[in-house]
Design a protein around this ligand. Structure first.
Ligand code: PLP
Length: 406
């Protein structure tokens, strides 16, 4: 039975007891990367202490057990995501690599004049690869805007489709605004209009499980480091039919069917896209993180995170001179704001002196910054292990900024 006890969960994360500048760490930069629970750290330690070997290659004991653990990691993550049977899960470096793999694979199928529907709230990872592809192939990109509260203008998004639309790519949750997009509805609409769909789940999975069968996207990507797992590992779940129609993204060992001096034939997904020795410990760490997350009551966690974000928002309002970016009803625990009396970089620097980690800058979303007519914001992004003491530390830092700049 899942349970939710924020303080108990917090104690699973060793780094959260460290100090910064002589103050307890208040880690509010979870949108950039999340911290790792001890079970994930221990599992990776144990793999190197007791289980390390290369996979898919040896008949010896360690190689066989490492191979089985790697493939079991794939199976268990697929099951956690309720991956449809029609789809396969490829281990990659992260969301960015997953999107690059898809744009690379789709290139051969697209013709000059074909159209792609994107949104203005995309992270550069789900923006630049499409832009580069569009320039190379002469494709037309549509960038659909947002309402004042940071929610997607769904009517404009739907209106962007026409018979030349081949692809729709959109984020599940905005890393700047926190907006949760209606990805199931959007996927169904895009499919009705003959477009393939890529959903960027990088900011979604840290806030609860995704049901990939329900969402129905052709491609779904995310990064391990944002879901309490190691960096250098990520996932692309894609339709087998689409993936097997793609040329291999990289070539080399382990992804081949047969090699001779006359030519090479390739395996199907997932091996087709896992050339060379993969990030074995990363895949095991990711599966362990999913196991850990599977024990959390996510509706209680969402309430807890939402409460902390609301508290920070109310206290910032009381502080005054604060502008918020992303106030949609359906949003996750990300508070993006400008303190009008100081540059975001100065605010983040002062917060750091209170042990508070936030992100300032354009958040790898410069087109969105241009759209909002700002160059940067401060972003406090919450995870289930944050607590009211973190919000208190954050507000101590903000009051310090007010004394300094006010
Ligand atoms: C919405 C979104 N998509 C994609 C990415 C890229 O993730 P990575 O750098 O792990 O590939 C990020 C990272 O911040 C993100 O927030």
């Amino acid at each position: 039975m899942p349970a939710f006890d924020a303080e108990q969960l917090r104690s699973d994360f060793p780094i959260l007891t460290t100090e910064v500048a002589g103050k307890p760490l208040a880690y509010l930069d979870n949108g950039a990367t999340s911290q790792k629970p001890k079970c994930v750290i221990d599992l990776i330690d144990r793999f190197y202490a007791e289980g390390n070997a290369n996979i898919h290659r040896g008949v010896h004991f360690l190689s066989r057990t490492a191979t089985e653990a790697y493939e079991e990691a794939r199976r268990s993550i697929k099951a956690s995501l309720n991956t449809p049977d029609s789809h396969e899960l490829v281990f990659l470096r992260g969301a960015t690599e997953g999107i690059n793999l898809v744009t690379n694979g789709l290139e051969a199928q697209l013709q000059e004049g074909d159209e792609i529907v994107l949104t203005i709230m995309e992270h550069h990872a789900n923006f630049v690869p499409w832009q580069v592809l569009a320039k190379r192939k002469g494709l037309k990109l549509h960038f659909v805007g947002i309402h004042d509260d940071g929610s997607l203008d769904l009517d404009a998004w739907k209106a962007a489709f026409n018979p030349r639309t081949r692809i729709a790519a959109f984020t599940h949750i905005s890393n700047v605004l926190g907006t949760i997009n209606p990805v199931t509805e959007m996927t169904a609409f895009a499919h009705e209009h003959g477009a393939q769909v890529l959903v960027d789940g990088a900011q979604a999975l840290p806030h609860g499980p995704a049901d990939l069968t329900a969402i129905g996207a052709d491609f779904y990507v995310f990064s391990g480091h944002k879901v309490f797992a190691p960096d250098g590992i990520g996932v692309l779940v894609g339709s087998k039919e689409a993936l097997n129609s793609f040329r291999p993204y990289q070539t080399g060992g382990d992804m081949i069917d047969r090699v001779s001096i006359d030519g090479t034939t390739f395996r199907d997904a997932p091996e087709r896209f896992e050339a060379g020795t993969p990030n074995i410990s990363g895949a095991l760490g990711l599966a362990e993180a999913f196991r850990y997350l599977g024990e959390i009551d996510w509706s209680a966690a969402a309430k807890h995170e939402g409460h902390l974000a609301d508290l920070a928002t109310q206290e910032l309002k009381a502080l005054g001179n604060v502008r918020f970016f992303g106030t949609a009803e359906n949003k996750t625990a990300i508070v993006s704001f400008l303190y009008d009396l100081a540059h975001p970089h100065d605010v983040a620097t002062i917060l750091d002196t209170e042990g508070v980690a936030v992100r300032d800058g354009h958040h790898c979303a410069q087109p969105l910054m241009d759209y909002l007519e700002v160059s940067a914001t401060v972003r406090a992004s919450f995870a289930f292990y944050n607590n009211e003491a973190d919000v208190d530390a954050f507000m101590r830092g903000m009051h310090k900024a007010k004394r300094f700049f006010g």
